[in-house]
Design a protein around this ligand. Structure first.
Ligand SMILES: Nc1ncnc2c1ncn2[C@@H]1O[C@H](COP(=O)(O)OP(=O)(O)OP(=O)(O)O)[C@@H](O)[C@H]1O
Ligand SMILES: [Mg+2]
Length: 355
């Protein structure tokens, strides 16, 4: 059970963005998962949006790190410091997470050791209890799908570091597939393309801007253009070029093929009744990658299954993790993590068994 006045947080600790939901308040923080550190002194210079603004513009002694890679924590110390900063921002100086319950999303398919490590990072920050929730389950809940019903629903979460496909039924994940490529790898592909085609070096923020502005999954709509600046690799001087959405369409083609293949592989592995349900209920697109122009239509054409896009693709995982506590019993949701309680609570964790 939870205490009525206890703080409950849902945290989507994503490769690209960290989103925090607080019960009773809604989304209270939404910032890039980036940390800027002074390499010489070890001092934390900036976190989140402030650190992101430094990418590609920082002097040599400033190290910019994404502490998560492909959805899992790659640098524990940095993740911990980043979370501490974000929580302070939300809660004010003193309280940190003391006495609160935290539901935190993790990619599906990670090991129990990795789940436990994420939970312990949160408990270490003072939480009474931390529970890892598989991301597609949280995203589906946040997107409003009735996943507790005995019917199959397919969620496709396209984040910054991972794409996760999961078929859900009766409040749990029946089949899933995780691809370690997503938005950030599209950005890298765009950087490579511009380098190869134009001998021009561009930064990752420019590449992301190109993707968001003229990127498309629809060949017929590929008629936009965008002027961008980079550094000429031969002369070493700044140069401007005009890119078309047709070119970016070709760059994302391979990635789209991987996505469709992941959907096919997941459907192949789930019982035929559920695959039949998915054909009727459709695919729910979540995560920032769902905002790529023409993506829903493209997946519909390739799979023959109706496709819906979540109302808030970038926030639905955090919303879902936040809803987990109030909904998990009434809706019989199956949470993946064993749950970690703080040392003070270790003797009274009968809830753990129920999770
Ligand atoms: N309009 C858009 N078109 C295409 N991609 C977009 C758009 N808006 C955001 N994105 C991409 O969405 C990605 C971030 O999505 P999201 O915040 O869901 O990822 P994440 O949860 O941090 O990552 P992960 O779930 O992989 O750990 C980024 O790569 C970003 O470039
Ligand atoms: Mg995500």
């Amino acid at each position: 059970m939870f205490k009525k006045f206890e703080n409950v947080y849902g945290i989507d600790l994503g490769t690209s963005n960290t989103v925090i939901y607080q019960r009773g308040k809604g989304i209270v923080l939404d910032e890039p998962s980036v940390v800027a550190m002074n390499q010489n002194s070890g001092e934390l210079l900036a976190v989140g949006a402030e650190a992101q603004a430094m990418i590609g513009r920082a002097p040599a002694h400033v190290e910019l790190t994404y502490p998560l890679r492909n959805g899992v924590i790659a640098n524990f110390d940095m993740t911990s410091r980043m979370l501490q900063h974000f929580i302070r921002k939300v809660q004010g100086r003193k309280s940190l997470l003391r006495g609160s319950q935290v539901y935190i999303s993790v990619p599906c398919g990670i090991t129990n050791v990795q789940k436990r490590a994420v939970e312990e990072t949160i408990v270490h920050k003072g939480a009474r209890k931390a529970i890892a929730v598989e991301e597609p389950l949280a995203a589906a809940l946040g997107a409003g799908l009735p996943i507790e019903e005995p019917a199959g629903y397919l969620v496709l979460d396209i984040g910054g570091g991972t794409c996760q496909v999961a078929v859900l039924s009766l409040g749990g994940i029946v089949a899933s597939h995780t691809v370690p490529r997503a938005g950030m790898s599209i950005d890298r592909d765009i950087m490579d393309y511009v380098k190869r085609q134009y001998n021009l070096e561009i930064g990752e923020r420019t590449a992301e801007h190109i993707k968001k502005t003229i990127g498309t999954a629809n060949a017929a709509a590929a008629s936009k253009t965008l002027e961008i600046r980079g550094r000429d690799l031969v002369q070493g001087l700044p140069r401007q070029i005009k890119l078309t959405s047709g070119e970016i369409y070709k760059v994302v083609e391979e990635f789209l093929g991987i996505l469709v293949e992941a959907i096919r592989a997941t459907l192949e592995r789930c019982p035929p009744e559920l695959a039949g349900d998915v054909v009727e209920n459709g695919i729910m697109l979540c995560g920032g990658g769902a905002l790529l122009e023409g993506l829903a239509e493209r997946i519909r054409t390739e799979t023959g299954v109706p496709v819906h896009t979540a109302e808030q693709p970038l926030a639905c995982t955090a919303l879902g993790t936040g809803l987990m506590l109030s909904e998990r019993e009434t809706r019989r949701l199956h949470i993946s993590g064993a749950g970690r309680a703080s040392a003070a609570q270790e003797g009274s964790v009968e809830e753990k068994a129920a999770l």
